[in-house]
Ligand binder design. Structure first.
Ligand SMILES: [Zn+2]
Ligand SMILES: [Zn+2]
Length: 148
């Protein structure tokens, strides 16, 4: 499954004329295999053993290139820790307030919200983002275990 995705992603890189360096390949591979929406720092830590000469800046650079050609989405939360998502299909996120885990879920796109916002505000709406906050299953279990 992710092998196929990786091959498709590499085709997209080629078509966009982007050079496929071993680091770029590794960053992409890591993102496609982790559904955890990692930060650049987490990707760096996971790959530094394999590429001792790679810096966090290199990881950022690679992520920027991947974002520009549409293979990766950057999720910013108003702080330094952007998270990166290689699931570029329309989806929403449930975010755990305890451990920060982000889980994808699909829901029919809320197109009506966009047209309503356009009518009410006169904005030319480009997109919207919705996040659901709560406690993930693992954190709920941990809490239950603490109680008994
Ligand atoms: Zn959690
Ligand atoms: Zn996602």
């Amino acid at each position: 499954m992710s092998e196929k995705k990786l091959r498709q992603a590499i085709d997209t890189l080629r078509e966009s004329g982007v050079r496929i360096t071993p680091q770029r390949h590794a960053v992409l591979d890591y993102l496609l295999n982790s559904m955890t929406h990692p930060t650049a720092d987490e990707i760096y830590k996971a790959l530094e053993g394999k590429f001792p000469n790679m810096s966090v800046a290199t990881v950022y650079n690679n992520l920027r290139v991947l974002r520009e050609i549409g293979l990766v989405r950057e999720l910013t939360y108003g702080d330094a820790s952007s998270r990166f998502d290689c699931n570029t299909s329309e989806h929403y996120h449930a975010i755990c307030q305890e451990c920060g885990k982000i889980v994808d879920f699909h829901y029919p796109t809320l197109d009506e919200v966009e047209s309503l916002a356009e009518q009410v505000t006169g904005f030319d709406v480009s997109h919207h983002r919705m996040e659901i906050y709560g406690k993930c299953e693992a954190c709920q279990t941990r809490e239950l275990q603490k109680q008994y």
